[in-house]
Design a protein around this ligand. Structure first.
Ligand code: FAD
Length: 387
């Protein structure tokens, strides 16, 4: 079988590409190969669901500024047969707080965010205290609040993109890519477990934390590896005023969820690998002390669940790698390495990849700097917005 585009991996990223391809060119033939239609281990349903503009790299801000309003209108835009695609969008803002040593960087990022039209407010510790009275601010230098940022339900986003893309004619194949065929600089086919061989003009590697395996099948390597991260659900014993999605010092990140909170402390020191083991001591030893340090109400807290998931961690510079060029291959496009912010950029990146595939260039947001070339040139594009 031969098609226009084969997308490998049908998570939020792959499904978004399929949707935008059909939107921008309804006549295009799009096949998404997803080995697990239940998405048991996929990263998307395990994500925390935060969507924010608080970045330092302009492209990341632009991707958020495109994607967040898109998410806001998602139920209507993605409706199929009049049934809205609800994604539980909560526009309750984000707040980054930093110690005194982080204020200069925070302020620089804030200025870049302002330049890009973001609604952001720089707050001194006493202003933080006035706004969120339960917060301990003694060790803080300041914070940036972005009231238009939000969180949402990641699985619903995936389902919304997938269902809509299928309604528009994209085909989702439940099968696994086990081999890739190439002819020098051209990829010719993806070979599936079923024995099927899918030929295409263009291929997109949207296999998330498993993207490096697809590259290995082509005899190549990328600096993207699986990095385990836990998402915990916990409740405070005593009430706290309504909070935004909070990125604290010590990499603590959490947000309200139902009666409690959802969050964790990602660490880059974690060994890379497909590790889904649950380490129950992580909450007690790392997360709880950080929570109790910031809000006394967490002195007595209970962790009800710990869910492991994988980042598609780009150890080169922590940003996505987007587009062709790996090992000289012109029709094999990377769309991976999101390193913890892929869900929030799925709409923007889905659109960008569709534009690239259909016209050969970016039309909405220029993501050239996220290309493979920077790895070849050994020029990392580091995000300093993640503190
Ligand atoms: C705990 C945690 C919290 C996070 N929080 C956030 C957050 O708040 N905000 C945010 O923006 N991001 C967050 N992320 C990151 C986000 O989850 C990812 O960046 C995003 O989901 C990546 O989407 P994806 O479609 O590339 O990957 P996935 O959802 O993993 O999809 C890849 C798909 O490829 C399929 N696949 C793999 N190999 C093959 C093969 N050989 N053949 C066929 N199919 C294959 C897999 O089955 C999988 O379904 C978080 C991640 C984790 C783990």
């Amino acid at each position: 079988m031969r098609t226009d585009v084969v997308v490998i991996g049908g998570g939020a990223i792959g499904a978004a590409v399929a949707y935008y391809l059909k939107l921008l060119d309804p006549s295009s033939d799009v096949v998404v190969v997803e080995r697990d239609p239940t998405y048991t281990l996929a990263s998307t349903p395990r994500a925390s669901g935060g969507v924010r503009r608080l970045f330092s790299v302009p492209e990341n801000i632009e991707l958020s500024s495109y994607s967040i309003p898109f998410f806001e209108g998602f139920p209507e835009t993605m409706a199929v047969d009049g049934v809205p695609a609800d994604i539980g969008f909560h526009k309750n803002g984000y707040l980054f707080i930093v110690p005194p040593a982080g204020v200069d960087q925070l302020r620089r990022n804030y200025e870049i965010q302002l330049e890009h039209g973001c609604n952001v407010v720089l707050l001194e510790p006493d202003q933080l205290k006035a706004r969120w009275p339960s917060m301990v601010v003694d060790d803080l230098g300041g914070g940036v609040h972005s009231p238009d940022d939000a969180w949402l339900d990641p699985h619903s986003v995936l389902r919304g993109f997938r269902t809509k893309a299928v309604s528009m004619g994209a085909e989702f194949v439940s099968d696994e890519v086990v081999g890739m065929e190439r002819d020098d600089s051209t990829v010719t086919a993806a070979v599936l477990t079923s024995g099927r061989r899918l030929g295409a003009n263009q291929f997109v590697n949207a296999a998330g934390a498993w993207a490096m395996d697809i590259c290995k099948m082509l005899g190549t390597a990328i600096p993207v590896e699986p990095l385990r991260r836990f998402e915990h659900y916990f409740e405070a014993q005593d009430p706290i005023e309504p909070l935004p999605y909070l990125k604290d010092t010590r990499r603590l990140a959490f947000r309200p969820e139902g009666k409690g909170y959802s969050g964790g402390v990602p660490t880059l020191t974690e060994p890379r690998g497909y590790n889904f083991d649950v380490d129950r001591s992580c909450f007690e030893e790392v997360v709880w002390p950080a929570l109790a340090h910031r809000f006394p109400q967490f002195e007595r807290t209970k962790c009800f669940s710990t869910l492991p998931g994988l980042y598609d961690q780009n150890d080169f510079d922590g940003n996505a790698i987007i587009g062709p060029g790996l090992d000289g291959m012109a029709n094999f496009h990377l769309l991976t390495g999101f390193s913890g912010h892929g869900l929030m950029h799925a709409p923007g990146c889905g659109r960008a990849m569709a534009e690239l595939l259909l016209t050969g260039e970016y039309q909405t947001i220029d993501l050239t700097r996220f290309g493979w070339q920077r790895v070849l040139d050994d020029v990392p594009l580091r995000e300093t917005g993640i503190i």
